[in-house]
Design a protein around this ligand. Structure first.
Ligand code: PGA
Length: 251
């Protein structure tokens, strides 16, 4: 099943989240048997859409969590609260968290373990920087991110990897070529197999970074690629469904 969804970052009020998902379900009705949808809105939208997501089998995710399960951490949200708000997974290690909020691999690892102990699935974001790519160290960097984030993690059946090279994300980003993505995903798969043996074979690996309706087809065709994560292009139902339709048609 092709996995497809959006991280809305700091977009979508609770009301817009509801409207967006309703529109997506209506517009994508003919495709719903062929896709596993996911939706990652701000925390404030989770409760309002959780029942709708359950009814329509949409994986509902949070954009982050704290690594402690409770305590005095003003402004943070703990994994059990996310779970109680209806999230079934949490996205961790997004480059915007790593860069703008100084998240280290160690912090991400603690968050992965906290999410896992709460029973949340983890969507772990990994990707090399432009500098690491230029230095020929892209694969090494991604392997390191995986090894550190997943240290002590024992639930590969609950894991998703979202491969997003740093240089491909956001309005200044340039989507990675499908060949490049295929090689990077081979590297990720090899690392997962080293870590989890046979169970590492089943972990879905998704691509994200400037995905849109014009460039999504070749990624969808890659045997290595289990799905796509979209940012900007996914925030309106119309363009979200357009990318979905194009990707599914390619497969
Ligand atoms: P983008 O964002 O599609 O806007 O490049 C991707 C992401 O951050 O997941």
């Amino acid at each position: 099943m092709f996995i497809f969804g959006t991280n809305t970052k700091m977009q979508h009020t609770p009301q817009i989240s509801q409207q967006f998902l309703q529109e997506v379900i209506e517009k994508a009705r003919d495709h719903l048997n062929h896709v596993q949808l996911f939706y990652i809105p701000p925390y404030t939208s989770l409760t309002g859409v959780s029942e709708f997501c359950q009814r329509h089998n949409i994986w509902l995710g949070a954009q982050n969590t704290h690594w402690e399960l409770e305590g005095a951490f003003t402004g943070e949200v703990a994994a059990p609260i996310l779970k109680a708000s209806g999230a079934s997974f949490v996205m961790l290690g997004h480059v915007e968290r790593r860069q703008m909020f100084a998240e280290t691999d160690e912090m991400i690892n603690k968050k992965v373990l906290a999410a896992s102990s709460t029973g949340l699935r983890v969507m772990l974001c990994v990707g090399e920087s432009a500098f690491e790519k230029r230095a020929g160290a892209g694969n090494t960097a991604v392997k390191r991110q995986l090894e550190l984030a997943l240290s002590g993690y024992k639930h590969p059946e609950q894991l998703l990897i979202l491969y997003e090279p740093v240089w491909s994300i956001g309005s200044g980003g340039e989507a990675a070529s499908p060949d490049y993505v295929a090689r990077a995903m081979d590297n990720i798969r090899a690392t997962l197999k080293e870590k989890f043996a046979r169970e590492g074979e089943g972990v879905p690996i998704l691509y994200g970074g400037s995905v849109n309706a014009d460039n999504c087809a070749p990624y969808a065709l890659l045997s290595q690629c289990a799905g796509l994560g979209v940012g900007r292009t996914g925030w309106e139902a119309e363009s979200f469904v357009k990318v979905l339709r194009t990707a599914l048609a390619a497969r």
